[in-house]
Design a protein around this ligand. Structure first.
Ligand code: GCW
Length: 830
C-alpha cells in the first residue's frame, strides 16, 4: 500500500529512489552555500538540497561554511561571482543571462557545483539537480541554461474578501475578509513551487482590484507576503483599482493629470516601497468591463500608464503592466462591422511611442479571451518600442475549469510558434515575447493562476501539469510538450512507466479532445458566457448581447466575417503577409475558418467535409476519446496512492459524462438551427435512451429546460413543490443482457438531492447530488448545461421486461432533476 498523498508537494515530492538505485549515487559529505544570509535564495537552495538528499537518497548531509569549498564530495551552491571570489575555477562556464545557471557534476557526480548568474539562478540550479536525481536522470558534466525572457510571472485573481475569481480550489491563500491573512505558510510553499519551475514574480491580487488594498493594515500584509516569498526569489507586485484616489483617498477625481491624484499615487507608491522595497510594480486593468480608467476622465491610456510609471521610477526598477484588455462590452451586434477583436489595436493605436520606458503592455494571447483556439492577438504585431507581457491562463476559465483535463502546452504552441511576419521578417510570437525581435531588455510572460488553499493547489491533481509546464515554457518556449508532461508525471506520480505513459497519452490528447467537443474551427469555446461561469455548453449565449464573443449563427451559416473586404477588418490588423492569408477562405486554415469567415453550414472544408458535418463528427469523436480517459486511468489502480488515484478517476468519469452533454448540446443546437441532418444519423437519434419525461411519474413533473439543447428531448423531470420522495418508472424493453446503465441528471447548487435506482425492486445504484462538494466547484443554480451530468452503473444484468424505478429525494432548491437513462451494451456510447 502506498501512503496517500494530498498533492500539497505537487511535483516537489522528492520521493525516495529505490535503495538499489540510491546506492549508485555518491555519498555527499557537505553542502556549501556561498552565503550566510538566511533569507537569500542561495541559502534556500542549500536547505532545499539538504531536504532533497535526505528524501531522495536518504542521505543526511550538513551545511558547511565556505572554507570547505575545496573538500571532496561536496555540493557547492552560489553565484558565479561568489564562487570566483572564493577562489573557485569558473573557466568554461558560459555567459549566463539574468537568472541563468550552470550545473557542473564532476568525479562521477560526487563534486557538484551549482552556480547561478544571480542568487535566484543558483536556486534554480539546485532544483534542476534535485529533479534530475528524483527522476534518476544522468547528472551532466556541465549543463548551462538561461531563460528566454526575464519576466516569468503569475497573476493571482484573489479578491480581498478571500474568494478567487475563476478559482475552483478553495479560498485565497493570501486574503480573507478584506485583509492579508495572518498565516502565510501556503504562500511560502507556493513560492517554493514557483521557484522550482523558475517563475520569479507574482501579482498577488485580482486585476479586478479594490481600493482597500492600500489600507495601512494591508500595506503591512503585503510586506509580510513579500518577506515569505523573497527567499525563493519570487518578487511581488499588485493590481490596482484605477479609482482608488476617489475610493480610498477621498479625492474628487482620479484623473491621471490632476496634480492631487499624481501626488496621491506618489505617496501610495512611496509607502508601498517602504513595505516592499523590491516590488515589481503595478498591474492595471482600466476602461475594461465597466471599470473606470483614463478614458473616463478624457485622458489617454498613456496618460494613465505614465503617471504610474513615473511614481515607480522614483524608487526602483518597478514597471507598469498596462493590460491591453480594454474593450466596450456593450457592442452592437446589429452592426456587421463591429468587432471586439479589433479593440486592443484600436485603443493602443498611436501610443507606441508615448509610454515611459517602464511601461509594458500586457496582452492576452488571443484577441478575445482565453478561448480554446484563437489566432494570436494582432496587437502583438503593433508595438515596436513598448515591450509586452504575453498573458496566458493556467486557470482554464473557458477550458473545462479543471474539471476537464486540458494539458495546455499544445495550445500555447499555436501562439508561441506563430510567425507574425512583421515587416516581412521572421517574427515568431515567442521571439517578440523574449524581447529578441525588437531588442527589448524587459519582456515576458504572465499567467492567470487560480491557486487556492485546497491541498491540490488547483483543485485537481492533473491540472497541476499546466502550472509546472507554464514555468518550463516561460523559460524555454520551444520545450517539447511530451517531454514536459513526462517529467511532470515522473515527479508527481513516480517512475512507473505505465503511469507515465497513461498520463502522457491522456494529456497529449486532451486539448484536441476538449476542442472537438466544445467548439470547432475557431468558433470559440461554446460555453455559456452570459451566466458568467464560462463552463457548460450554451452556443446561443454568444450572440444577442454586447459582449462581442459573437458567432453570428443563423439558419444559413455561422462565423465572424473579419475580412477587410466584407467584414470587420480584423484580418487587416495583422502584418500584410498574415493579413493576406486570413483575408481569403482558401488560405485560412480550417481550424480558424469561423474565426475569420462567415460561411454556410454546407461550406466544404479543406478536409472535404462540410462545416456542419465537421461539427457533428468532431463532437462525436472528441466525446468518444473522453470516454477512454477514465478507462486508461483505471489501469493505474495500485500503481499510485489511492487518494490521488480516486480523486483523478472521479474527475475523469465526470468529464466523460459532461463531454456527452457537450456533444449533444452543441449538435442539437446546430441541427435545430440549420436543419441539416448528420450524415451518419447519430444526432437526435438515441436508440438506447429512455427519456425521463416519458416514464410513469409520481411526484415528478415534466419541465422544459433552458437552453433547450441542455436536455435530451429538451425536457427533464423535477420533483414537484413540497414533494419529499418522487418516483419515475418504466418497463425496460431492451433485450436481456449486461449493460452499463447511465443516468443523466442535473446537479446544481441549492441542495444535495438523493437518488436511488432499482431494477425490479433490486437496488442497483444510489448517489447524492453533491458534485459541488466533490468537484469543489460551483457552476450553476439551475437545470442547464453547467449542471447536466451523468453517473454510470457498470455491468448491470438487465432482463427484458424488468421494471426500472428511480427514486428522487429533493433537497432545498435542487428538485432531484433527471434527464434520461441509457442502457449501453458493450461498445455503445449514448
Ligand atoms: O475573461 C474575463 C473574465 C473575468 C476577468 C477578465 C479579465 C478578472 O471572465 O473574470 O476578470 O476576463 O481578464 O480582466
Amino acid at each position: 500500500m502506498r501512503p496517500n498523498e494530498t498533492g500539497i508537494e505537487a511535483w516537489l515530492r522528492d520521493a525516495a529512489l529505490p535503495a538499489e538505485i540510491a546506492a549508485t549515487y555518491p555519498h555527499y559529505a557537505a553542502i556549501v552555500p556561498l552565503t550566510t544570509a538566511k533569507d537569500s535564495p542561495v541559502y534556500t537552495a542549500a536547505t532545499e538540497l539538504q531536504l532533497g538528499l535526505s528524501k531522495i537518497l536518504r542521505q543526511t548531509v550538513t551545511l558547511r561554511p565556505e572554507s570547505e569549498l575545496a573538500s571532496s564530495a561536496t555540493l557547492v551552491v552560489g553565484t558565479v561571482d561568489a564562487f570566483a571570489a572564493a577562489g573557485g575555477d569558473v573557466r568554461g562556464i558560459p555567459d549566463l543571462k539574468e537568472d541563468g545557471f550552470s550545473l557542473l557534476c564532476r568525479d562521477g557526480g560526487a563534486s557538484v557545483k551549482i552556480l547561478g548568474e544571480n542568487e535566484r539562478g543558483a536556486l534554480y540550479g539546485a532544483f534542476e539537480f534535485l529533479m534530475l536525481l528524483s527522476q534518476n536522470k544522468p547528472l551532466p558534466d556541465l549543463y548551462s541554461s538561461s531563460p528566454s525572457a526575464p519576466i516569468r510571472w503569475v497573476n493571482q485573481w484573489d479578491n480581498l474578501d478571500g474568494t478567487i475569481e475563476r478559482g475552483y480550489a478553495g479560498p485565497s491563500i493570501y486574503f480573507k475578509d478584506g485583509y492579508v491573512v495572518e498565516d502565510l505558510t501556503r504562500a511560502a510553499q507556493y513560492a517554493r513551487l514557483m521557484a522550482s519551475v523558475r517563475l520569479n514574480g507574482i501579482i498577488v491580487n485580482n486585476v479586478n482590484s479594490d481600493s482597500k488594498l492600500f489600507s495601512p493594515t494591508n500595506m503591512k500584509g503585503l510586506a509580510r507576503i513579500a518577506d515569505v516569498m523573497r527567499p525563493w526569489g519570487v518578487r511581488i507586485g499588485v493590481a490596482l483599482y484605477f479609482d482608488t484616489p476617489k475610493g480610498l483617498g477621498g479625492l474628487s477625481t482620479s484623473d491621471p493629470l490632476d496634480p492631487d491624484v499624481v501626488a496621491w499615487w506618489d505617496e501610495i507608491t512611496t509607502s508601498l516601497y517602504r513595505h516592499v522595497p523590491d516590488m515589481l510594480g503595478y498591474l492595471i486593468k482600466a476602461n475594461s468591463e465597466g471599470q473606470p480608467g483614463p478614458l473616463t476622465y478624457g485622458r489617454t491610456l498613456a496618460d494613465a500608464a505614465n503617471m504610474f510609471a513615473r511614481a515607480l521610477q522614483k524608487h526602483g526598477d518597478g514597471i507598469v503592466m498596462y493590460r491591453a484588455f480594454v474593450y466596450n462590452h456593450h457592442l452592437d451586434e446589429s452592426n456587421w462591422k463591429n468587432d471586439r477583436a479589433n479593440a486592443a489595436v484600436e485603443y493602443f493605436d498611436g501610443l507606441d511611442n508615448e509610454f515611459e520606458d517602464n511601461v509594458l503592455v500586457q496582452i492576452k494571447y488571443g484577441p478575445i479571451d482565453f478561448q480554446i483556439r484563437e489566432p494570436p492577438s494582432p496587437l502583438l504585431a503593433h508595438l515596436r518600442k513598448t515591450p509586452i507581457i504575453l498573458e496566458l491562463q493556467v486557470a482554464q476559465e473557458y477550458l473545462g475549469q479543471q474539471d476537464h483535463v486540458v494539458y495546455l502546452p499544445p495550445l500555447w504552441r499555436t501562439i508561441f510558434d506563430f510567425d507574425l511576419q512583421i515587416d516581412d521578417r521572421p517574427s515568431a510570437v515567442r521571439d517578440i515575447v523574449s524581447g529578441a525581435r525588437f531588442n527589448w531588455d524587459r519582456a515576458g510572460y504572465a499567467a492567470v493562476v487560480n491557486v487556492g488553499n485546497d491541498p491540490t493547489w488547483l483543485g485537481s491533481h492533473l491540472a497541476m501539469s499546466n502550472l509546472y509546464a507554464y514555468g518550463r515554457y516561460t523559460w524555454d518556449p520551444t520545450s517539447d510538450e511530451e517531454g514536459v508532461i513526462r517529467d511532470w508525471t515522473r515527479l508527481t506520480f513516480g517512475l512507473n512507466e505505465t503511469v507515465e505513459s497513461a498520463v502522457t497519452q491522456i494529456s497529449m490528447q486532451s486539448w484536441r479532445t476538449y476542442e472537438d467537443y466544445s467548439g470547432n474551427l475557431g468558433i470559440q469555446t461554446l460555453c455559456d458566457i452570459v451566466k458568467t461561469c464560462h463552463y457548460g455548453p450554451s452556443p446561443a449565449a454568444h450572440d444577442g448581447n454586447g459582449w462581442g464573443q459573437w458567432t453570428r449563427a443563423d439558419e444559413h451559416g455561422l462565423g465572424m466575417d473579419r475580412t477587410v473586404a466584407t467584414g470587420t477588418g480584423n484580418a487587416g490588423q495583422y502584418p500584410s503577409a498574415v493579413a493576406k492569408r486570413f483575408e481569403e477562405i482558401e488560405t485560412t486554415p480550417d481550424e480558424l475558418l469561423l474565426w475569420f469567415h462567415h460561411v454556410p453550414y454546407t461550406h466544404i472544408l479543406k478536409s472535404g467535409k462540410t462545416v456542419i458535418q465537421h461539427f457533428y463528427d468532431a463532437h462525436y469523436e472528441g466525446s468518444q476519446v473522453a470516454q477512454t480517459f477514465p478507462r486508461q486511468w483505471e489501469t493505474l489502480r495500485g500503481l499510485i496512492d489511492d487518494a490521488r488515484f480516486e480523486h483523478v478517476l472521479f474527475r475523469l468519469e465526470y468529464q466523460a459524462g459532461h463531454a456527452l452533454v457537450w456533444r449533444d448540446s452543441v449538435c442539437m443546437f446546430y441541427y435545430a438551427k440549420c436543419g441539416i441532418a448528420d450524415s451518419q444519423g447519430r444526432v437526435g437519434n438515441h436508440a438506447w435512451r429512455i427519456e425521463a419525461e416519458e416514464m410513469e411519474l409520481d411526484g415528478y413533473e415534466v419541465v422544459a429546460v433552458t437552453p433547450f439543447e441542455a436536455a435530451s428531448g429538451s425536457k427533464a423531470i423535477v420533483a414537484a413543490d413540497g414533494v419529499q420522495t418522487a418516483t419515475a418508472q418504466c418497463t425496460v424493453g431492451f433485450d436481456s443482457g449486461v449493460y452499463d446503465v447511465a443516468v443523466n441528471y442535473y446537479d446544481h447548487l441549492g441542495g444535495n438531492s438523493e437518488y436511488q435506482i432499482f431494477l425490479n425492486e433490486r437496488l442497483i445504484g444510489a448517489w447524492s447530488g453533491n458534485l459541488e462538494d466533490r468537484l469543489g466547484h460551483d457552476f450553476s443554480d439551475l437545470v442547464d448545461g453547467h449542471s447536466a451530468t451523468r453517473i454510470y452503473l457498470r455491468q448491470v444484468a438487465v432482463g427484458k421486461g424488468d421494471r426500472l424505478k428511480i427514486v428522487g429525494r429533493p433537497d432545498g432548491a435542487e428538485r432531484a432533476p433527471i434527464d434520461y437513462v441509457s442502457f449501453l451494451p458493450e461498445g455503445i456510447i449514448d
